[in-house]
Ligand binder design. Structure first.
Ligand code: HEC
Ligand code: HEC
Ligand code: HEC
Ligand code: HEC
Length: 169
């Protein structure tokens, strides 16, 4: 018997490997929009007229925009589509009193100091840096911030570019 069970396993593994490889690379264009623990849609909430700052409440007063606490979601979803499967996942985090481990989309390296507050106070819209989030099903990294992104805009706005003190820790 030349074709043993072991050969069959090896063949199956090889075929599976090829498929996984294909899926991995086909998925590439979407990788900048990571899979989130709950399929939260900005579009759905934006179209209901909920303001960005209602959920990202610290954006105009601190460095970080901040993420809404589970309690804030529950304020609506105790009664709004409570049996929808994705909302059931939300209810589970609530009953276990666990924060939702949202996956970060935008980021700057740790040694860069990016404060939201001065940008919001200078009248720059969220969309200038984050894209049209209100129409997105999943937030994706439309801008990959590097020093060039920061400096170019600072020059255009006459904001300070002596970044050693202002922008680095
Ligand atoms: C101010 C009220 C409000 C808050 C706060 C709120 N939602 Fe919603 N959410 C809604 C409404 C309204 C809908 C649309 C319901 C419908 O389709 O009938 C919705 C829809 C959804 C859906 C289904 C979307 C889809 O694909 O159709 C999910 C999941 C969801 N919300 C999760 C969340 C999470 C997670 C939070 C907290 C980060 C949150 N919501 C905060 C009002 C709210
Ligand atoms: C109902 C609550 C809610 C509202 C309203 C809301 N967001 Fe969000 N936002 C979230 C949640 C939850 C996440 C984390 C999950 C995700 O990335 O989709 C998030 C993530 C984000 C991120 C990605 C953060 C990161 O990880 O880098 C950006 C940018 C953002 N929101 C901007 C906005 C803007 C701009 C608006 C208004 C158009 C808005 N949000 C309105 C709840 C909200
Ligand atoms: C000048 C560009 C710029 C503007 C304007 C801006 N952001 Fe951001 N945002 C960033 C950068 C850069 C990061 C990553 C920061 C980091 O890694 O610390 C970020 C991160 C975030 C995050 C995730 C982390 C956090 O801070 O909690 C959220 C949510 C967010 N922004 C929401 C908003 C909202 C809502 C607005 C408008 C009210 C807004 N941003 C306006 C550049 C901007
Ligand atoms: C879309 C334009 C734009 C982008 C992109 C941008 N900034 Fe700014 N930034 C501004 C403006 C405008 C101000 C406010 C200047 C003022 O109030 O005088 C500002 C202010 C600041 C301040 C406060 C400076 C001070 O006077 O204390 C820091 C720090 C800063 N930005 C860092 C960054 C970093 C880091 C990045 C890149 C991750 C970045 N900015 C990207 C436009 C931008």
């Amino acid at each position: 018997m030349f074709f043993s069970l072991r050969h069959l396993f090896a063949l199956t593994a090889a075929v599976l490997g090829v498929f996984l490889w294909i899926f991995y690379f086909q998925d590439l264009p979407y990788r900048s929009a990571p899979k989130q623990p709950i399929a939260f849609s900005h579009r759905v909430h934006f179209e209901r007229g909920i303001a960005c700052i209602f959920c990202h409440a610290d954006v105009a007063k601190s460095d970080y925009a901040g993420m809404p606490a589970v309690m804030k979601c529950m304020g609506c979803h105790r009664v709004v589509i409570p049996y929808y499967p994705q909302v059931q996942i939300l209810h589970r985090y609530w009953s276990e009193q666990k924060p939702i481990p949202w996956v970060r989309v935008f980021w700057v390296p740790q040694y860069v100091h990016f404060p939201h507050q001065p940008h919001i106070l200078a009248g720059i819209q969220c969309g200038t840096c984050h894209g049209d989030v209100g129409h997105e099903e999943r937030v994706s990294e439309v801008v990959n911030f590097n020093m060039g992104t920061c400096i170019t805009c600072h020059r255009n706005h006459g904001a300070r570019t002596d970044c050693f003190q202002a922008c680095h820790h």
